[in-house]
Design a protein around this ligand. Sequence first.
Ligand SMILES: Nc1nc2c(c(=O)[nH]1)N[C@@H](CNc1ccc(C(=O)N[C@@H](CCC(=O)N[C@@H](CCC(=O)N[C@@H](CCC(=O)O)C(=O)O)C(=O)O)C(=O)O)cc1)CN2
Ligand code: MET
Ligand SMILES: [Zn+2]
Length: 756
Amino acid sequence: MKTSVIGFPRVGALRELKFTTEKYFKKQITEEELQNTAKDLRKKHWGLLKTAGIDSIPCNDFSFYDGLLDTAYALGVIPKRYRALQASPLDTYFAMARGHQAADGDVKALAMKKWFNTNYHYIVPEFEDDARIAFDGSKVFSEWEEAKALGINAKPVFAGPYTFLKLARTVGNRDKASYVDELVAAYSTFLQEADKRGIDWVQFDEPCLVQDVTEADRACFLQMYKELLFRKGSVKVLLQTYFGDVRDVYKDLTALDVDGIGLDFIEGVQTADLVAKNGFPADKILFAGLVNGKNIWKNHYEKTLKTLSGLKAAGINTVLSTSCSLLHVPFTLANETKLSTDYTKYFAFAVEKLKELHELGGLADWKDYESSPEYQENKALFEADRKCRNPAVTERVAKIRKSDYERLPKRTERQALQKKELHLPLFPTTTIGSFPQTKEVKANRAAWKKGEITNEQYVKFNQDKIAECVKLQEEIGLDVLVHGEYERNDMVEYFGESLDGYLFTEKAWVQSYGTRCVKPPIIWGDVSRKNPITVSWSVYAQSLTDHPMKGMLTGPVTIFNWSFPREDIAPETSVTQIALAIRDEVLDLEKNGIRVIQIDEAALREKLPLRKSDWNSKYLDWAIPAFGLVHSGVKADTQIHTHMCYSEFTDIIPAIDQMDADVITFEASRSDLLILDALRENHFETEVGPGVYDIHSPRVPSVQEIVDALHKMLHKIEPDKLWVNPDCGLKTRGESETKASLQNLVQAAQIIREEN
Ligand SMILES: Nc1nc2c(c(=O)[nH]1)N[C@@H](CNc1ccc(C(=O)N[C@@H](CCC(=O)N[C@@H](CCC(=O)N[C@@H](CCC(=O)O)C(=O)O)C(=O)O)C(=O)O)cc1)CN2
Ligand code: MET
Ligand SMILES: [Zn+2]
């Protein structure tokens, strides 16, 4: 059986692309040097795919920033303000991704959004009324030629027209439908040029098809593809979906004149049923996504081969594929020097998944596959006891009572009490937690991890940073202070490192956005807290000031969603275990004199089902109570904050209020503040701090801008409910812009106080 890969990680085994690109941003290297590194990486990655025996190898899955942005660029969907910079093609592209601020121009970046239910982020294409849509094949075809020179007839990967239009936004008077003809023409040019060059297959990614498809969406989708496929020539088109099933359009897809359809059998809960019930056309190839592109556990050969033999028995022409791009898993296990093989023998990262694909492809053709050593070895692995259970944890979970989820007294009473006890002014000012993670802060941690400095030295350095940070916040005049999170590599990995049942890696990086990566820890077994995690840092910080020092924790759902989860137990079981661990930390902070505690649930919304029609499924039923379990034990006058990076929770506002936090901060500066109307309509009780400026940009907001934002907010929010803060943590920012921005923020709050 042939094998296919939807996409491969591009940042490199050791994040070579990240470091080189950041050097280019700092003007330390030339474009040529950057392009050479990129070319070397592509060559290396194709080599790995080819050597592993993968049949359908992607190209154009490489990106300097983001694949959807590449598509926008190739289609000419480039807003005028970026063209006007008259920069090189690469710098125009980077200006769209990151903004550009210099003597020759000042433009903000395009918006960035979460990519479906992953921790990856895409750049939102922007259609102007006079968009000059035209196909520019320079990137895709030169990458295809590079692969060809290595003896590979690669499959160019492109965001499909339906998904592209769905995810884009319009900024003028035209509606999206008015761009369909021009878009289809550009995509047709692509297919015709691909045909001329002798390209065999093209892959159009259409993940939006796994979301609810309305009648209008469906009509638009069909119109696009019918026209497009009519003009495709002899290029074969693979319509690739992932992150779910295509229940709304399965019959439409199978009736289209495409050559292959890629379906996700991992997250697509109805995929197998759809194929079984409706059949699959004999003239097309089914690309069966059975190797998980999102998690790091080895494939369960028995299950996969059963599915494959079912497809074969039904006479379906099948290619074995990944469930989504391998972008979402780390590169390779080969650089993990510290994890014992007792653990790693259970894992497959991107490179190891190639081997799985090849092995499974071979076994699928073999009638007696059960007797093969590969199969037997895999079977033994899944039958063995991983020794990951902790009876004490199970016992504690079993003892949770209903009342442990509920905090008393009720919130309105608490809020009144807290106002008195904490002596906060109207419109209290605060930050979200992290302060700039400078080179020195990272180098200190790197030296400590390598054993080059002692634990005392490490702690002393961070305490000095905390002291500096507290002094700075006092000078600026903020009300509720933070310690700065200098001890953290990341808000999730840091907690993973301190919890029993977790494993962490050295080089298992996954791209989150642009050059920024995360190293998700692995949930290996039952989770519990070994020792207090943040208490000493927070207590030290509180000892330096009379202002309330906000304790800073990551919530259970976010820790879970940004880790690699177990596949042998239900998500809610792990989340409950993590919630108990964080609950202990909350109570320890309180016991040690911390009166304000923030529990970040940045990723709460991320795993909400992609289809609204699936929202009645259980997710919110355990995700929201988990937060209650974390904080229900604190006293009435301990103020609980939470934070979410995105304000895209307009549709789940009652659920957010049920988390029963006293205060929530969230991103609002780049959105249109629609969320505020929804808060009012839903009688939202939690006090709110909608971010007054965007921390993703080095730009310093003026006092007036912040005052204006606050005025707008005050139209919708009661004065005694409004907090003033940036929209997220400051760790990726520089020190000087941070100080200037916060000074302006405090000044703006003072102006508003005088008016009220
Ligand atoms: N998990 C998670 N998801 C999230 C966010 C988040 O904060 N965390 N924020 C949102 C946006 N996503 C983000 C993702 C990553 C970063 C980020 O800043 N990542 C850093 C890495 C942070 C980190 O883990 N740092 C480590 C390791 C640093 C490092 O690279 N060290 C060098 C050595 C450095 C030296 O010797 O000086 C190495 O390991 O090779 C540390 O500080 O300890 C980066 O890519 O540069 C920011 C936002 C949504 N999702
Ligand atoms: C991605 S949400 C970040 C919250 C965290 N407390 C910080 O400030 O970095
Ligand atoms: Zn945030």
